[in-house]
Design a binder for this molecule. Structure first.
Ligand code: GDP
Ligand code: MN
Length: 396
């Protein structure tokens, strides 16, 4: 689950990570009130108006703007709220902006220049340890830094049984070229950041930029936070931060029905039990010259109700030209599944795309007979290759 920038910052702040402060607003009037309130709290004279959508690169798309007075806050907030923000990380249509964060301006002039760093915390799957990735080259595309100047990206691996140790926090500050107050601030920042990551069961923190202000404070100016869905049951308060408007509506509906569904770009819908078989089925579709329209794992109990729910979800995608059902009857009996498919097909009454059903396992023969004698426009197969051939046949 992804959080908005403002939610991520609140989470960080609750663990003692210094953040650029801000107040979220849903319309221009709220934005002005937020700005006034912010000046009372922080003394800031200028403000940054920041679109809150689940996508990075907002600055490049015109979703982050500096406002030098309340009138500009009102105008810019009015402009950004309701717009479809297109960034390098969104689709061509962009993402609708429902709210903005009014943030204090922290790039004020001073003795030192403000500096932007990059920092993320994530799991290194090959070592099985969390790591902190960081760079002096913040504020820009880290992908570009990785490509052109990889030596400017540092990593610090953390032993999970020990947590982040003081010498590691100091090494981070040292590698970023800091000294004096900023050095101490950075050790505190990175320690609190790592603690927040572990305690919130996050799978990614990306803070770009981390700012060194001209008076040597270290703070998070942006936040991208991804939480581990499988740990959300331990964080009821965080689970509530989910913003369904930011997610694919078909995936949200499938999730509420207990189906593991991922929307893809292709033309053949698949309904499969088990993630491994689902992956193999997607390969099969590709080999047959099609493109999978989705990943869909119906789980262990493929009864009529679930099959029907899965049909409905698959058919919401207008690109679907055929559906391949590939189910292994281990615990669930194939004849039950076949009956479920037939019942769902009849119940829906409006299925116009060809359907290929491959059932293998317990009572597969009975299942094939049921399908073949159902009088419906459903093709049956028992072997993998047979199913592939039939997919090819209906696509051509
Ligand atoms: P992103 O483009 O989605 O990554 O959004 P960010 O939150 O990283 O903001 C984009 C850029 O806006 C930052 O890299 C900064 O250069 C700029 N920015 C953010 N906060 C301030 C601020 O307080 N003052 C000024 N002048 N610029 C800011
Ligand atoms: Mn950023």
């Amino acid at each position: 689950m992804n959080l908005h920038e403002y939610q991520g910052k609140e989470l960080l702040s609750s663990f003692g990570v210094r953040i650029q402060r801000g107040i979220v607003a849903k319309n221009a009037k709220e934005a002005v009130d937020a700005a006034k309130q912010l000046t009372v709290e922080t003394g800031t004279a200028w403000y940054v108006v920041k679109a809150q959508v689940h996508a990075g690169g907002r600055g490049k798309g015109g979703g982050v703007k500096l406002a030098k007075n309340l009138q500009e806050v009102e105008d810019i907030a009015g402009q950004i709220i309701g717009m479809n923000l297109v960034t390098p990380q969104t689709s061509k249509e962009g993402k609708k902006v429902h709210q903005v964060l009014i943030a204090e301006d922290v790039y004020y002039p001073g003795d030192n220049e403000p500096e932007e760093y990059y920092m993320s915390v994530l799991l290194n799957r090959s070592t099985g340890k969390n790591m902190i990735m960081y760079s002096t080259e913040g504020g820009m595309d880290i992908e570009q830094v990785a490509e052109e100047t990889p030596h400017l990206i540092f990593t610090e691996e953390i032993d999970p049984t020990l947590g982040i140790l003081p010498f590691q926090a100091r090494r981070v500050a040292f590698n970023l070229g800091l000294s004096g107050t900023a050095f101490k601030e950075m050790t505190k920042f990175v320690t609190a950041l790592y603690t927040a990551y572990v305690k919130s069961d996050a799978s990614l923190f990306e803070i770009n930029p981390v700012l060194k202000t001209s008076d040597d404070k270290i703070m998070a100016v942006d936040s991208k936070v991804t939480l581990d869905d499988n740990a959300l049951y331990r964080h009821r308060d965080l689970a509530q931060l989910r913003d369904l408007r930011e997610e694919n509506p078909i995936e949200v509906e499938a999730g509420s029905l207990g189906l593991n569904y991922v929307d893809l770009d292709g033309n053949v819908g698949c309904m499969v039990n088990g993630a491994g078989l689902a992956m193999a089925t997607m390969d099969l579709i590709k080999q047959a010259g099609g493109e999978p329209a989705n990943f869909l794992d119906v789980g262990g109990t493929a009864d009529a109700a679930r099959v029907e729910a899965a049909f409905k979800i698959i058919l919401k995608d207008p690109n679907v030209k055929a559906i391949l059902i590939n189910i292994f009857g281990g615990i669930v009996r194939c004849d039950r599944v076949a009956q479920g498919v037939i019942d769902a097909y009849k119940n829906m009454g409006n299925i116009t795309v060809p359907i290929i059903v491959r059932l293998q396992g317990t009572n597969a023969d009975i299942a094939k007979d049921l399908i073949d004698n159902s009088g419906l426009d459903v093709l049956s197969a028992t072997e993998f290759q047979e199913a592939a051939d039939k997919v090819q046949e209906v696509l051509s």
